[in-house]
Design a protein around this ligand. Structure first.
Ligand code: G3H
Ligand code: 13P
Ligand code: ZN
Length: 330
């Protein structure tokens, strides 16, 4: 058993309390390789932002759990070397079983998500409670989820009916003991968060999505005053990256994300963790495609992964400073 404390990591408790009080959100950036981890740490050290290094079950399989543990330890040492001991959390994203959560806790994670949102309510409560009981014995914080994030395949009416029900949140939090709650108010995973027919178009032909359900967020906040709320599916899907990827041979039709102003507004509320994965994927892919297309004879991975890392760092610095408001809070 490796405790997260031995790796120099922290759990989310104090981080979230400060974020709610301060009206900002902590960035939760997904990673699965070295360049992504370097970019996250460089950006968060330079902007003096606390950070959540987020690992999905798939990413854990891809990267290897022992390597990941040591990468997290390395991230703490790297931040120190760069000159700022920012608080760093290692978090399991969308854990789907008690066994996976236990395995992560035993290999140095300081926070886990148990995503029982697809289960019937009582089963979600029972599973989440079990994870909390185990995690809390080890000082690890737990994120639960109520409400299902829409997928692009769902029809519009089922998206609405999957929003978090404010009348359930108090009962869920008190029965499970979760430390934070992911909710569904209109965000979704990936680069196609809405169907084109749900959007309007601006003068440049860019798709403008419908607003998030801030009324539901406000009701949830009323039911759980001061309780940490999490937003998944919060990439903005920058049109510049989509255009650049398409300019260099990619095909990403009907891409649409969550506008930055809406995330800024959410970050000022009880939303204190904002999950971003797709935007990083887009930034890396755009940079790599550009290099490979402009320099067809290039075959040194450092020559395209280096620019991808730089672009990622730029993106994360922008998010911390202009969207989440976490810059300067470490
Ligand atoms: O919420 C999902 C994250 O974007 C992780 O995606 O399962 O492809 O690693 P993944
Ligand atoms: P995006 O696909 O919008 O980046 O969401 C990521 C996420 O919620 C990870 O849990
Ligand atoms: Zn998610």
């Amino acid at each position: 058993m490796t405790s997260y404390k031995d790796l120099g990591l922290v759990n989310t408790k104090e981080m979230f309390a400060k974020a709610i009080k301060g009206g900002y959100a902590i960035p939760a950036y997904n990673f699965n390789n070295m360049e992504q981890m370097q970019a996250i740490i460089q950006a968060c050290v330079e902007t003096k932002s606390p950070v959540i290094l987020q690992v999905s079950a798939g990413a854990r399989k891809y990267a290897n759990k022992n390597l990941l543990k040591n990468m997290a330890k390395g991230a703490v040492e790297y931040a120190h070397e760069l000159g700022c001991d920012i608080p760093i959390v290692l978090h399991l994203d969308h854990g789907d079983s008690l066994e996976l959560c236990v395995d992560c806790i035993e290999s140095g994670f300081s926070s886990v998500m148990i995503d029982g949102s697809h289960l019937p309510y009582d089963e979600n409560v029972a599973l989440t409670k079990k994870v909390c009981e185990y995690a809390h014995k080890h000082g690890v914080t737990v994120e639960g989820e109520l409400g299902v994030l829409a997928g692009v395949e769902d029809d519009v009416s089922s998206e609405v009916s999957h929003y978090t029900k404010p009348e359930e949140v108090q009962d869920f939090v008190s029965k499970t003991g979760v430390d934070s709650l992911a909710i569904s108010i209109g965000t979704s995973h990936g680069r196609q968060k809405f169907k084109p027919e749900q959007c309007t178009k601006n003068a440049d032909g860019v798709l403008i999505p419908p607003p998030l359900a801030f009324d539901i967020l406000a009701e949830i906040e009323k039911k759980l005053p001061g309780f940490p709320i999490v937003l998944h599916g919060s990439s903005s899907v920058p049109v510049e990256y989509v255009k650049e990827i398409e300019q260099y041979g990619g095909k990403l039709s009907d891409s649409v994300g969550i506008p930055e102003e809406q995330l800024r507004k959410a970050a000022k509320s009880a939303v204190c963790k904002i999950n971003i994965d797709s935007d990083g994927r887009l930034a890396m892919t755009a940079a790599i495609r550009k290099v490979l297309s402009e320099k067809p004879d290039e075959f040194d991975p450092r020559k395209y992964l280096g620019p991808a890392r730089d672009e990622l760092k730029k993106l994360y610095m922008h998010k911390n400073t202009n969207v989440l408001g976490s810059a300067g809070q470490a």
